[in-house]
Design a binder for this molecule. Sequence first.
Ligand SMILES: Nc1ncnc2c1ncn2[C@H]1C[C@H](O)[C@@H](COP(=O)(O)OP(=O)(O)OP(=O)(O)O)O1
Ligand SMILES: [Mg+2]
Ligand SMILES: [Zn+2]
Length: 617
Amino acid sequence: MRSAELDSVEAELELVELQIAELLQKQTELTSRKNALLRQVEEACNAAKPSSSSSVPSSKSPGANLVMNFPWSREVEQHLKDSFHLSKFRPLQLRAINLTMTGKDLFLVMPTGRGKSLCYQLPAVCSKGFTLVVTPLVSLMEDQIMYLKSIEVSAVMLNASSSKDHAKTVMAGITDPKGPFKLVYVTPEKIAKSKLLMSRLEKAYNANLLSRIAVDEVHCCSQWGHDFRPDYKLLGILKRQFSKVPLLGLTATATSSVLKDCEEILCVPKPITLTASFNRTNLYYEVRIKDSDNDASISDIASLVKSRYKDQSGIVYVFSQKDAESVAAELQKRDILAYPYHANMDPDDKSQVHRRWTSNKIQVVVATVAFGMGIDKPNVRFVIHHTISKSIENYYQESGRAGRDDRPADCIVYFGFADIFRISTMVVMENVGQQKLLQMVDYCQNVDRCRRSLMAVHFDEVWDNEGCSQMCDTCRHSKDYTTMDITQHAREVVQIVELATSMDEKLTPLKLVEAWMGKGPAKRRKMIQTTTLPRRQAEAVVVRLLLQGYLREDFSFTPYTTYFYMKLGRKVPLLKSQTHTLNMKMRTTGTGAAVVISLTSSSSSDVWLMFLSSMSL
Ligand SMILES: Nc1ncnc2c1ncn2[C@H]1C[C@H](O)[C@@H](COP(=O)(O)OP(=O)(O)OP(=O)(O)O)O1
Ligand SMILES: [Mg+2]
Ligand SMILES: [Zn+2]
C-alpha cells in the first residue's frame, strides 16, 4: 500500500519538476522579450530627448532617467572627474548618491567590485561635516585610506590598534567645526565599546557635523548572511542616537530576508533598496573536468597561465593551505611567478604577497578563500578554481575578483569528482551547507542551461541567453553536446548500492565508481553489472544520480574525521518502471568533455533479472 502511494507521489513529483523546468524556460523567454522591449522604449526615449541633455550619463534601465539638477549635482559631477578621476558613473551609482544626498536611508546591493564605495565617498566630499564609515576589517580601512589620501581626500580611521595620540586627534577632529576630516572609518567594535567615541559623535551630531553613516558589508549584521559579525548586531545604536542622519548600508551579497534582518538590527524602518544586476557581462565562465585518476589540472593551469594569460595577472583558488603551498610550488617549477596565500601565513608575508601581486611583480596568487574581502585589483584577467567552491554564492564572489576594470576576463573552475566529497565533509555541520554544495555541483555539471542562468537564480534574478552573449562555455559550445539515455546506467549504479546495503557494506563514492568499473573484489564483480563507460562519464552519471535524488549522501562521524557514503535516494523506486527514462546532456568534445566512447555496458543479464525481480512488488 505504502509503496504504491510512494510511487504515485514520486511520479507526481517528477511531473512537477518537469513543469518547473518548462516554466523556467518560459521565464527565460519572457525575460528576453521584456529586455528587448525595454531597450526599444529606452531608445525611443533617448531619441525624443533634446540634444542639450545628451551629456547626462544614462542608466541601463529606462524610467531611471538620471537627474542632474539637484543643488549638489554640479559639485558631484565635478568631484567625480577632478577628485576621483573617473569619467562616468556606473549603473545605479548616481541614483544612490542622489538618494543619500536627499537624506533617505538606503540599502545598496551591488556586485563585488562595482563601485559601492564611491556612493558614500563622493557624497562625503560634497557634504558639510564628515561621514562615519563602519567597516569590518582593518585591512579594508587601510586600503581605502591609502586610496583617499592619494586623491587628497582627508580620511582617518579608528580601530583597536590606533595609538592614543592618533585616537586623540581623531576625537578632537570629529567635533571640530572646521571639519578637518571628510571620512572617519571605524570598526563596529569601536561603536559598541568606546563610550568616548559615542559621546563625541553625539556632540558632532548636535553640531550638524555628522552628515552621513555608511555601514559597509551590511550583511554582517545578519546571522543568516554568510559573514556574521557579532559586533554588527549592536549598530542599531547609531540610528537610535542619530535618527536624522541618513544611513547607507552596502553589500554585495544579501538576499531579501538578510536585508530585512539588517533593517531591524540597524533600526532603519523601510529604507529604499537599490539592487544592481549581478550579471557581470565581461566575465567568461567555464568549467573543466578534473580527472580523479590522473590530475592533469595543474599542467593545464600552467599552460593557460603561460600562453593565454602570458604577462597577465590572476588568482588560483585552492581548497586547503596545503594545496596553496603545493600548487604554488608546482607552478613555480614550471617557471611561473606564483606565490601561496593562506590564513596560516605570517601577516607580513601575506601583505607582501598581496602588495607584490597588486603591483604586478607576482603573476599569480595561489590562495585559499582567506584571500578575499578587500582585494581590489582592477586588471585581474583570470580567476581559476583548482577546486570547486562550497556554494554558488561563494563562487560568484571569488570569481568576481576578475575583470573589475570592465575588460574581458575568464573564470574557470576545475570540477573533480573526489573534490565534491572533500568539501562535503567540510560543510556537513553548516546550515544547508550540503544543499548549497550540491547547487555548486549542479552549476558545474548542468549543461542544459547557460551557466549564467544557473547563477542568476541565486540572486533572485533571471539572465537570459542574450545576457550571456556566448560568454559561458555552455552557450559557446552548444553544438558539442549530445543527450544520452542513462536509465540503464542508473539501474546498474543503484543495484551496486542496493547490494552493498544488503551486505551492510559502506560504499564511499570513489568505491562505488570503482566497483561499477569492475575494480572491486572478484566476488562482488560477479554479482553486479560493470560498465565500460570511461571513468569521467561513470563519475558524471553518479553525480547526476546524486543531484537528482536517485542517490543520497550519508555521513559517519569519528572524533577525527567524517566519512561520506552513498545510499539509495528517494527516487529509486521510479527506476523499477520500464517506461521511466533518465537523460543526460554531455559535452562530447573539448576540455570540459566527458568523452563518449561506448554507451553499452557489459552485462550479466541473469543477475540483472534477479535484481529486477527482487525489486518488483
Ligand atoms: N564609475 C566608475 N568608473 C570606473 N571605475 C570605477 C567607478 N566606480 C568605482 N570604480 C572602481 C574603483 C575601484 O577600483 C573598483 C571597485 O570599487 P569598490 O567601491 O571597492 O567596489 P565594491 O565596494 O562595490 O566591491 P566589494 O564588494 O568587493 O567591496 O571600481
Ligand atoms: Mg566595498
Ligand atoms: Zn551562457
